[in-house]
Design a protein. Structure first.
Length: 367
């Protein structure tokens, strides 16, 4: 007996009956075609339901946090300064006073003056910058990179002005000054002057009996020189030893090598006028490299003779000498006259200047 062959066209009768009672699943509507992305402002924006959820990347999170901090700094007020003033330590106030006088310094330079080491300095300075007391920026340099430079922030400028009895600067004024400082062509020169004096501070801290008695900025130095010349700073160094005490006051010039030597020679002539008016302090000049220092000595002999300019005592060094010794007080100074070799700051031959102990900024011999 031949059985009928079951196929899809000729199913089994039982299958037909079961199929009638099995509910059919509803058919899915066809997927909507994806809409092309539209630029902002051209058509309705897609809803959040159409987009898969995404987590912000690390760079976006950091940028958002930085933007939030910047907005908080813009909203700083006098009340914030009053509240922050109660949280400052004596070391914080020392840092604020230094930056107010000398504009800018790196963490390493500030560590030489007020901190036990650069690591502690960076931790505290970053915290003060986050609180708006300080501000920091990093100058552009390629190849390599520059360290962060610290200056007064909005609250730091307010607190210093209040302590000095001056008018309180607005946040906009402080921010404008910070931008100008960060873009200044003389930033390298300013940092170099701070480098020299903070090295003196570091030497004094590790040398028993040694002190940096005086460090004046360019503005104060120009006033002390009664407008004849404008030094980059005025300093006074004292050493107390069993053999006796020695104090050397000096005017400081920092040369970055960007100006022709004739400009520096003309300024040395102004120091001669200051000496003729009674100045008794030597002029210390630091050069960026030994070649420029040698060229200046040659140029001085050609213009002023082998003894150098009259009525002024000059001594020079270069950055390589100070870096190798790590101490600007040591034997790194060469007098511009008949002497040769390197001498300590307190042992410069031929220096016979007398100082006015009651007024270190009195540069003139009253005797």
């Amino acid at each position: 007996m031949d059985l009928p062959r079951l196929t899809s066209e000729n199913p089994h009768p039982l299958t037909k009956s079961l199929t009638k009672h099995v509910p059919q699943s509803p058919t899915r509507p066809p997927a909507r075609p994806s809409q092309p992305s539209r630029p902002p402002g051209h058509g309705p924006a897609s809803s959040s339901a159409d987009r898969p959820p995404t987590r912000p990347s690390g760079s976006r999170t950091a940028a958002a946090q930085d933007q939030k901090r910047q907005e908080q700094k813009r909203r700083l007020t006098i009340n914030d300064a009053v509240r922050e003033g109660g949280r400052l330590t004596q070391r914080d106030r020392q840092v604020i006073a230094l930056l107010a006088d000398h504009q800018v310094a790196t963490a390493e330079q500030l560590a030489r003056v007020a901190f036990p080491n650069p690591v502690r300095a960076r931790c505290r300075l970053v915290l003060l910058a986050q609180r708006g007391v300080l501000a920091r920026f990093r100058p552009y340099q390629r190849p390599g990179s520059m360290p962060y430079h610290y200056a007064l922030g909005t609250l730091g400028a307010m607190l210093h002005a209040a302590a000095a009895g001056a008018s309180i600067p607005t946040p906009a004024t402080t921010e404008r000054n910070l931008v100008r400082l960060s873009q200044s062509r003389t930033l390298d020169h300013t940092r170099g002057v701070v480098e020299f004096f903070t090295l003196l501070h570091a030497t004094a801290r590790r040398t028993p009996g040694a002190t940096l008695d005086l460090w004046c900025n360019e503005t104060t130095a120009a006033e002390a020189c009664i407008g004849i010349v404008r030094p980059d700073g005025i300093g006074q160094w004292t050493e107390h030893t069993p053999a006796g005490s020695r104090t050397v006051g000096f005017l400081y010039e920092h040369d970055t090598g960007t100006e022709p030597l004739r400009v520096l020679l003309d300024k040395i002539g102004k120091y001669g006028e200051l000496g003729a008016a009674g100045n008794v302090r030597p002029v210390l000049i630091q050069f960026p490299n030994p070649a420029r220092e040698t060229n200046l000595h040659r140029a001085i002999r050609e213009r002023y003779g082998p003894a150098g300019p009259a009525a002024v005592f000059l001594a020079t060094t270069n950055t390589a000498q100070i870096t190798a010794l790590g101490d600007p007080v040591g034997p790194v100074w060469t007098p511009v006259d008949r002497y040769a070799g390197r001498y300590r700051l307190t042992a410069l031959p031929g220096y016979r200047g007398r100082l006015n102990p009651s007024n270190p900024l009195d540069l003139f011999d009253r005797a």
